[in-house]
Structures are given as structure tokens and as C-alpha cells.
Design a protein around this ligand. Sequence first.
Ligand SMILES: Cc1cc2nc3c(=O)[nH]c(=O)nc-3n(C[C@H](O)[C@H](O)[C@H](O)COP(=O)(O)OP(=O)(O)OC[C@H]3O[C@@H](n4cnc5c(N)ncnc54)[C@H](O)[C@@H]3O)c2cc1C
Length: 432
Amino acid sequence: MQFARKPASGLSVMIVGAGFAGLTAAIECDRKGHSVILFESFPELKILGDIISFGPNSGRIFRRWEGVEQQLDPICHRSDGVNFVTYKGEWLFKQYWEDEEDRFGKRFNGHRGEIHEIVFNHALARGIDIRLGHKVVDYFETDDKAGVVVQTPDGEQRFTADAVFAAEGVRSPARKIVLGYEDKPKSSGYAVYRSWFKSENLKSPLTDHLWKNGDRHYAWIGPDVHFLAASLKNGKDFSWVCTHKDEADIEDSWSTPGYIEDCLKVVEGWDPVVQEIVKATPTDYLVDWKLIYRDPLPTWVSPKGRIALIGDAAHPFLPTSIQGASQAMEDGVTLAVCLEKCQGRSKDKSKVPEALRAYQRIRYDRVLRAQKTGETTRDKWHKADFEKVKQNPQLVRLDRPEWLLNFDAEEHAYKVYDDVVREMNKESQAKL
Ligand SMILES: Cc1cc2nc3c(=O)[nH]c(=O)nc-3n(C[C@H](O)[C@H](O)[C@H](O)COP(=O)(O)OP(=O)(O)OC[C@H]3O[C@@H](n4cnc5c(N)ncnc54)[C@H](O)[C@@H]3O)c2cc1C
């Protein structure tokens, strides 16, 4: 397969973490002609996780990558809308996706591990140098370089490049060099039971309508709890998540086991359909994921401007935003453009810090606004006044704002880069 790629820029980038932030940054840098090495601590690719959503704003990024959309289509959820129900099983309304695809573009919701595998293989097919089993244990920077210390199977090694992007997720060690202090995550006060299994496990006739006639999507709204269920692959696979209050200690592993009996307590007295879903869940297929949150960071870029945090490392999202992975991808796209734009025709590497700072300036307010949508939706659902909602079910409607979804990160970065740099220069002149 042929891959579109601009002529070599002469810039070298090292990326830490092969999640959606790191892989997108790597692919986008490759498209722009920057040379990339990506370090990932996992020794091998594993199909991990369960349901993940990519809105039209990141869907358009996948669609630019040769052959990726065609591989995603058969594994992604396809339904015409989400059915809202109260926790007692009272029907509220169906929010149709209607013309969203025409207006904003295509969404891709599917298994995180399966989508990740497609993107990972695309990066490999492009020839990107991905080094698995390479855990980054430290970061450093000088005026003209940045680097990482990597624990490899053969011992510790130092690597340098023109820029480093830290995409190591919510527990990012690079935050220390960027912020100048250790940054502690905190509990969001919620946890999520999550599961993914074959729909044929759903034996009760009460649950037939959820999967037997193709993909379906349901949302049950309860007091400080919500429960979402979706069938995928023409109804063959089934996924559900239940977000509930949890003040337990912070544990961010995707493999922490959940217990059916604990979850049944959370949905006690709920719609029997929900209870049947939980009871039908195979014991080993339930994860209890504590939701970590962090206050917005004052900066995502290191003091010398050579290291940038991206994705969850810079800004964790609540799942109710349905935007964590999409915003992580937008970061990667933006950085690749900024690096291209900073050089102009001069191939001047001294402009790299300008690019990283411009990336932050371009992204910061949009990300903050997108993060807030997670809180707004959660509160709208968890604090719903059910008498009012029954009269006006639209009160629990999922917000699908145009500013968020009808957005092209690449086009935007090209458009605003010069103005942003001019503004930054003006501000630093004023400080002198
Ligand atoms: C295993 C896994 C399963 C997930 N499953 C789901 C899911 O089912 N649904 C959902 O909505 N979200 C899931 N997420 C989270 C989701 O992918 C992210 O919130 C979002 O996509 C943003 O991605 P990210 O690339 O910023 O971070 P992440 O997806 O967290 O990726 C970070 C990557 O960095 C690697 N890494 C961490 N530290 C180091 C280091 N020191 N050196 C080298 N590499 C390092 C990690 O192994 C990981 O691959 C999962 C994340 C992981 C890691």
C-alpha cells in the first residue's frame, strides 16, 4: 500500500506510549515527514479494554489513514440512536443520530483493543519505528535537544531527539519535568464496572431486544448511577458500563477485576433488564475501573520547550465526555502540524519550542471545554429530577455540539498557527 508522506523535514521526534495519543502523533508526524521513534513499555501488543468511542472529530483522522476506515467499519457499532430509559425501566425517548454523520462526519465506536490493533498495524505498515518492551524511566532536555532514559531488555539507554512527546497516559511520569513537581492524581468520586462478551450469553428473553436484531444502544439513568449497553458486530458482541459512586483508593488498572454481586447491589431495584445483563456477564469479564481525575495542568510543555504532554498525560477525561480518545488524537495531529509550520522553509530546528508552545496554545481552551462536557453530562444524568425528566425526557439528551464534533484539528492548526505564534511573540516582547 502507498502512504501519503511529505518530504523529510529533518526533525526527529521521540514518542512515549503507544496508546491512541502516541500512535496518532507518530502516524501524523510520519505523514508530515518528521522521523519518529516510539517507545512502549508493553512487551507485546494485547487486545485490551472494552468499549471506546471516537466522535466525528477523530473519525475524520482515521479516515485520512490509508485503509483504516475499511478495517474499522465491520467491527464498529452501528445503530440509528440511543434509547433512554429510567432506572425503573420507564421508557423516555430515543435520541436519533439522524443526520449527524452527514453534518459532522462518521463516528467509530468499538472494542478498544481491536481498534487499537488496527491503528498499531497501520503505524507499523508505514514503517514507523515502534519499540515494544521499552519503558521510559526518565526525561531530560537541553536548549536544543530532548531525551529519554529507557529501560530496555538489555539495560538502560539514553536517546535524544529534537522533541519528545509524552503520551504515557494518566499516570504520566513526564509531568514531573514539565511541571517541576510531582503531580498526584485524585479520585473523581466515581468508578465504572465495564464488560464485553458474546451476546449469546444473554439467555433471558428479557434481553433479546438488545441484540437479536442487530446493533442496539440503551442508556438507563438512575440516581447518581448510569448504565449504558450496546451490541456490536450486527448484535454478536455485547458491551456494558455502569458508572457509580466510589470513594475507594485510586486504582487505574484496566485489569482490576469487578464482582457481579457488588454490581448487582448498585443496580438493586432497577429495571429487570439491567439485572439480567449483569447476571449474564461471564465472571471473568467484569472490570472495576476507578475513575481518576486531575485538575487542569498549568502547562503541558517543559521549561525549555522540547517536551510536550499529550493525550491523557496532559488531560484525563471523564467517560461521559465521550471525547478522551478523540482529544488525544487531536493533540497528535496538532503537534505534527506545528512542527511542520515552525520550520517554514528554513529547516530551523531552534523553532521547535515555538511549535510545542503553539500546540498548547491552540489546544488548551478547546480541551478544557471538552473536558467540562463530561462533568455536565454526568451531572445531568446523575442528578436528574425524574418527575421533570418524565415530563420532558429531552432533559437527559446527550449534547452533541457542533463546535466539538464538526472540527478538523489538522485544518485548524494550519489555519491558526501563524496568528498564535505572532500573539505569543507579542506577549513575550511585552514582558521584556
Ligand atoms: C490497556 C488499556 C486499556 C484501555 N481500555 C479502555 C477502554 O476500554 N475504554 C476506554 O474508553 N478507554 C480505555 N483506555 C483508555 C483510553 O485508551 C485513553 O483514555 C485514551 O484513548 C487516551 O489515550 P492515551 O494514548 O493518552 O493514553 P493510554 O491509552 O493510557 O496509553 C498510554 C500508553 O503509554 C504506555 N506507557 C505508560 N507508561 C509508559 C512508560 N513509562 N514508558 C513507555 N510506555 C509507557 C502504556 O502502556 C500505554 O500503552 C485504555 C487504556 C489502556 C492503556
